[in-house]
Design a protein around this ligand. Structure first.
Ligand code: BT5
Length: 254
């Protein structure tokens, strides 16, 4: 805890050596009244989760498997933008700490040269028309050698160590991530999302690309043009502009 430089985030630190998922632990703690800024970290997750009940590979002591509990005053419909905000904050932290400049694939992945380095999973609990809590889950592949990824991730995943050739100090990087996330969070509470959504655009690897979209109830192709004020992806298709609030986007090779 002494290495943390943030004020709000990391106010309470809950540490596990092994757990199913830090998001699950954080949701339990939040439901039991944990204060805003509580973070949950685990050395390993034996059931790390992605979106749509996909798994997230989280080997012991080789990554940052982190969940952050927030209790924002904004309305529940704004929660999905926290994923984009977090992606910007984590990308900045990685760049400041390692010099590695990554790109963000809409909505929740941080990529380096076509491979995924970070995944983000935002989950919300709302009551009536107010947010009770938001849990932001962040998984950063830090010191995983390329050969240590399971077969199915070999060609699609990477780590900071695989990129830089050096082992990275996880605690220091965690501290930097919390500093950036805290500053982004305070900024959106004070001034709204516009500034950080514009910043998101400068890190995007999705905008301007030909994409295939697998949405909740439709699948289509087009050109990713922009994001709107809700963080939705605007895709120009043969039938006009489609607005994608949630879904999977793959970038079509040129
Ligand atoms: C995500 O989902 O990428 C969200 C991942 C969130 C992980 C954090 S870790 C702390 C917290 N606790 C949790 O249980 N979760 C959060 P999605 O966009 O659905 O991507 C999932 C897909 O990414 C999988 O189907 C794999 O193809 C790929 N994948 C799995 N593990 C990976 C890894 N370590 N690195 C890169 N790609 C991975």
């Amino acid at each position: 805890k002494s290495v943390l430089k943030s004020d709000l985030l990391g106010k309470e630190v809950v540490h596990f050596f092994d757990t199913d998922s830090t998001n699950n632990e954080a949701k339990k703690l939040a439901a039991d009244g944990a204060v805003e800024g509580t973070i949950v970290v685990s050395e390993a997750q034996n059931s790390g989760r992605g979106r749509l009940s996909r798994g997230f590979f989280s080997p012991a002591s080789k990554g940052i498997w982190l969940s952050v509990i927030l209790r924002p005053s904004f309305a529940p419909q704004h929660a999905s933008k926290c994923t984009l905000v977090t992606a910007v904050a984590v990308t900045k932290a990685i760049e400041k700490f390692t010099g590695i400049r990554c790109g963000i694939k809409w909505p929740n992945d941080i990529f380096y040269e076509g491979k995924k380095l970070v995944g983000i999973l935002t989950e919300m609990n709302a009551e009536m028309d107010a947010v009770n809590y938001i849990v932001i889950g962040i998984g950063i592949n830090v010191n995983i050698a390329q050969a240590e990824f399971p077969e199915e991730l070999q060609r699609i995943a990477t780590s900071l160590q695989a990129i830089s050739g050096n082992a990275i100090e996880r605690k220091e990087l965690l501290s930097q991530v919390l500093v950036e996330l805290e500053s982004a969070y305070l900024e959106i509470l004070k001034n709204g999302f516009l500034h950080i959504l514009n910043e998101w655009k400068t890190y995007s690897i999705t905008l301007g690309q030909a994409v295939n979209v697998i949405g909740i109830d439709q699948t289509f192709s087009g050109i990713a043009k922009d994001i709107d004020e809700d963080g939705a992806l605007l895709v120009e298709t043969e039938n006009g502009v489609e607005r994608v609030l949630a879904g999977d986007v793959s970038i079509r090779p040129k």
